[in-house]
Design a binder for this molecule. Sequence first.
Ligand SMILES: Cc1cc2nc3c(=O)[nH]c(=O)nc-3n(C[C@H](O)[C@H](O)[C@H](O)COP(=O)(O)O)c2cc1C
Length: 188
Amino acid sequence: MNSMKRIVLLSATDRPSSKALEIAGYLKKKFEQTGTSPEIVSLEEYPLELVAGGRYGADIPEVAAFNERVINADGVVFIVPEYNGSFPGILKMFIDYLPFPEAFQNLPLAFVGEAAGAFGALRAVEHLQQICGYRNALMFPERVFIQRVNQNFDKDSGIADAKANEFLDSMIRNFSDFVSEYRHTELV
Ligand SMILES: Cc1cc2nc3c(=O)[nH]c(=O)nc-3n(C[C@H](O)[C@H](O)[C@H](O)COP(=O)(O)O)c2cc1C
């Protein structure tokens, strides 16, 4: 039942060798076990130079192609690091160049926060959720926060803290089911 569902794992930073991308790799293996079709998209690949100077409303095929990889998914998991008490600027740039108003309309979104610090990007995810709410996304309620990510996350075994790893497994399972059930129904 989950087999046709395409879930994008969005690594929400352009920082080379980021933990976000490492976590996306771990999530990909986990989502494959739920029978969905996960695909990693990294904001490292975002064509930032083509929007420099304020190209709002311009027809930029490379930006449209990048956007479509994300918004044509059946569900999107944002993997969000905390930068300066919020989410990375490149992610806001990506959102500001999405088609308005429809891009996130009724699109299932889930959130994994991760940070070097003790709060696991709680602030970053909550800031992002404010924006996704404004854009009428369908936000999945189970969020996961990875604290002190440099010590607590391993690309093969996941989060060192057993309870947090259980939350992550639960989110993966339940978000896969949620996407499958929700995306069966045609929207009116
Ligand atoms: C510009 C910048 C700002 C950062 N600000 C914070 C912060 O506010 N809180 C925090 O816990 N970690 C902060 N960090 C550290 C990141 O949490 C750390 O790089 C971690 O590995 C997760 O980010 P990554 O996915 O880029 O690897 C910051 C990192 C950068 C590059």
